[in-house]
Design a protein around this ligand. Structure first.
Ligand SMILES: Cc1cc2nc3c(=O)[nH]c(=O)nc-3n(C[C@H](O)[C@H](O)[C@H](O)COP(=O)(O)OP(=O)(O)OC[C@H]3O[C@@H](n4cnc5c(N)ncnc54)[C@H](O)[C@@H]3O)c2cc1C
Length: 350
């Protein structure tokens, strides 16, 4: 990926720290907030926000990729946090913008509950949270089926349904009255990312925390960044798996050499596309972004499977990086847009 390297000096140290903590994070003995705070100390949480305005989205993609290579949990929390900053920066007039300095510093944590927004504008299903106007406020009721970074200091961005064709994007706090975060379920991986569901009951959102009332326009503005940084999660994990596979291609495992070479070539090609789209996200056609994200999910899964095959029993033991990556890679087909949604949407462009 031809990404900027300006983050490199700080990144080297941070990557080592995050890699060292990865086994504990994977076991759920600590969560992903410390990584976000460390990135915030180096002012690395808002690179390229919004829409590559400062030309640093390639650096953001490089950062996500490098962290995903050592700990997908931390990288996924970073993605969610970075997207929340994107949403607030896309609505500079909103009063929620006052939260940006604390988010950039990693002292508040960003939570993107925006999967239903993508599903709504694509025609899959309507946004489930209902909102009614009451004076200058919106009053929210309904479910957030999944969101990550649901820590007590979370700033949550979500779409709401105002009836008919009217939608809005709003910002609230995990501590607001009427926000009930459910006990997180045990997960195959990413257990340290505070991923769970939420019930909203009569949650009041002041007008200043409404980021947009044009859902399709808002989605169109953030989707390139959303998909670019998700793809960086995939290339980071795929690159780590292929590197781990490389040392095992000897003896009888030489039979996997062609498969490994094919996956490496696909990774290089994907990184090239990722770098180009990160540098000019507004120019990317939606179908190309969806194809890139789908290829990333598939590649990560195939690379993790190859690594597991080459590492044998060691890869089956929980606690090894090979095993962790196998479980981490299983997330990509379920991450919104899911593999099913990506394939369905792409079938419409065929
Ligand atoms: C650990 C974890 C963390 C997450 N974090 C976040 C987050 O931070 N933010 C966020 O917004 N979301 C988050 N999600 C949700 C995620 O992005 C997806 O929305 C979710 O995993 C999709 O699965 P589902 O079972 O909820 O949904 P469904 O959409 O019901 O998907 C189930 C299956 O049915 C298919 N399907 C979907 N719609 C239809 C249809 N109309 N007809 C037929 N088949 C259909 C899907 O392709 C999929 O194969 C997270 C999920 C997990 C597991």
């Amino acid at each position: 990926m031809s990404t900027g390297q300006a983050v490199a000096p700080a990144l080297e140290t941070l990557r080592e720290e995050i890699a060292a903590a990865a086994p504990r994070v994977d076991r759920g003995e600590c969560d992903t907030r410390s990584a976000l705070r460390r990135l915030g100390e180096h002012d690395l949480l808002a690179l390229g926000a919004p829409g590559n305005r400062d030309g640093r989205l390639p650096e953001a993609a490089h950062l996500v990729e490098q962290i995903a290579a050592c700990c997908l949990s931390s990288a996924f929390s970073l993605w969610a946090h970075r997207m929340t900053i994107e949403y607030l920066q896309l609505a500079p007039h909103s009063q929620a913008g006052a939260l940006l300095p604390e988010l950039r510093a990693g002292r508040l944590i960003g939570c993107t509950a925006m999967a239903p927004a993508l599903r709504d504008v694509s025609g899959v299903e309507e946004v489930p949270v209902r909102a009614r106007r009451d004076g200058g406020e919106l009053v929210l009721d309904g479910p957030i089926r999944w969101a990550s970074n649901l820590f007590p200091e979370a700033v949550i961005v979500l779409p709401v349904h105002l009836g008919g064709r009217d939608r809005a994007v709003v910002c609230l706090r995990a501590t607001d009255e009427g926000v009930r975060i459910h006990q997180p379920p045990r997960l195959l991986a990413l257990g340290a990312t505070a991923s769970s569901s939420v019930t909203l009951t009569g949650v009041r959102v002041p007008r200043g925390n409404v980021l947009s009332e044009d859902l399709p326009g808002f989605v169109a503005a953030f989707r390139p960044t959303f998909l670019v940084l998700q793809t960086a999660l995939c290339t980071g994990l795929a690159g780590a798996s292929l590197e781990a596979a490389q040392s095992r291609l000897t003896g009888l495992n030489a039979v996997f050499a062609d498969e490994a070479a094919t996956l490496r070539a696909r990774l290089e090609e994907l990184r090239r596309r990722l770098g180009a789209h990160a540098a000019d996200p507004a120019a990317a056609a939606v179908a190309d972004l969806l194809r890139m994200r789908l290829e990333g999910a598939r590649l990560a899964g195939e690379a993790a499977r190859l690594e597991a095959a080459l590492h044998g029993g060691a890869g089956y033991a929980v606690g090894t990086p090979t095993n962790r990556r196998l479980r981490e890679a299983a997330f990509f087909p379920a991450q919104s847009p899911t593999e099913g949604q990506l394939r369905w949407e792409l079938s419409k462009y065929a």
